[in-house]
Design a protein around this ligand. Structure first.
Ligand SMILES: NC(=O)c1ccc[n+]([C@@H]2O[C@H](COP(=O)([O-])OP(=O)(O)OC[C@H]3O[C@@H](n4cnc5c(N)ncnc54)[C@H](O)[C@@H]3O)[C@@H](O)[C@H]2O)c1
Length: 286
């Protein structure tokens, strides 16, 4: 297979579980040597072991810029070059911002926004190379919360808006500087059935995340596969919810007025899931 001979290195952050793990699996299948990174050492190692000898575990806290740069150097040393960097690591704590303490707010902004900035910049430096002939693709896992208001997820939404604003602005800077061989693609999914959402089944503040059709990680991996083949600035998953969210963003007063309808719908889904299979909640995804 050609891709096995030619593919360079790839890095996925927050790849110990959930969506990141499945994105790492996709990149291994596409022939990349994949650095499976996570702040949680045990899950990074377990994922890399599961994905085989083209996956290497590395403990990485995306808030630490120097550590992110070191991870980038590591994958280049192993694979010769860096082709793909996926900023996937994310955290969410729900509830009104005024009920969250400063470390909680800081955590979300630092992991979701600063972590994405750290990863993107480390990757760009490596992909540009000393003579600018490199090239590569940065994929930033954002959220529909990066495109509009989300009741119950204000600080999370702020951090995701920052991630998308940074990504698009940096793409503009790359093109203005004449750099055309590097792309940044943002993926903005609705709620995904991962441990992140499972842990919010009984949390009314997370209702909006359950108000659409719950995605499986495979649905988002499919979107990642598509942008790997054809880079795209922003991909909402599913597309129809993206259109709805963007409409709401164009008319914010209308959007805030109808939000309670969607919150109620999300609560109904949460209750249904909790009751699924009798009185037991569905199994926690990996
Ligand atoms: N689950 C959803 O409903 C949903 C919806 C839209 C977007 N997203 C985004 O998708 C991405 C993946 O989320 P998920 O659902 O798989 O969540 P998850 O909680 O299941 O996995 C997130 C991973 O990130 C890791 N992580 C946390 N802090 C880190 C740090 N400081 N440095 C490195 N790794 C860290 C965790 O250890 C974990 O392995 C996140 O960016 C999330 O915001 C999720």
């Amino acid at each position: 297979m050609d891709s096995e001979i030619t593919a360079g290195g790839a890095v996925v952050t927050g790849a110990g579980r959930g969506l990141g793990k499945e994105i790492a699996r996709l990149l291994v299948e596409r022939g990349h040597l994949v650095l499976v990174t996570d702040v949680d050492e045990a899950t990074a190692q377990a994922t890399a072991a599961e994905l085989g000898d083209r996956a290497v575990a590395r403990t990485l806290d995306v808030r630490d810029h120097a550590a992110v740069v070191a991870a980038c150097e590591d994958v280049v040393a192993r694979a010769g070059r860096l082709d793909v960097w996926v900023n996937n690591a994310g955290v969410i704590v729900t509830g009104p911002a005024w009920e969250q303490d400063e470390p909680t707010r800081r955590l979300m902004v630092e992991v979701n926004a600063l972590g994405t900035i750290n990863g993107t910049l480390a990757a760009l430096t490596s992909m540009r190379g000393p003579d600018g002939t490199g090239g590569g693709h940065v994929i930033n896992i954002v959220s529909l919360a990066g495109l509009s208001a989300v009741a119950g997820e204000a600080v999370y939404a702020a951090s995701k808006h920052a991630a998308i604003g940074f990504s698009l602005s940096t793409m503009a800077d790359l093109r203005a500087a004449g750099i055309r061989n590097i792309d940044i693609s943002c993926i903005c999914p609705d709620g995904i059935w991962t441990p992140m959402l499972y842990d919010k089944l009984d949390d009314p503040a997370a209702a909006l995340s359950f108000s659409g059709t719950l995605l499986q990680p495979a649905d988002v991996v499919q979107a990642v596969r598509k942008v790997l083949d054809r880079p795209r600035l922003v991909t909402a998953v599913p597309r129809a919810r993206g259109a709805l969210v963007r409409f709401g963003d164009t008319f914010p007063a209308f959007s805030l007025a109808v939000a309670p309808v969607f919150v109620k719908k999300g609560r109904r889904t949460q209750r249904k899931l909790l009751k699924a299979g009798g009185t037991r909640a569905p199994q926690r995804p990996e």
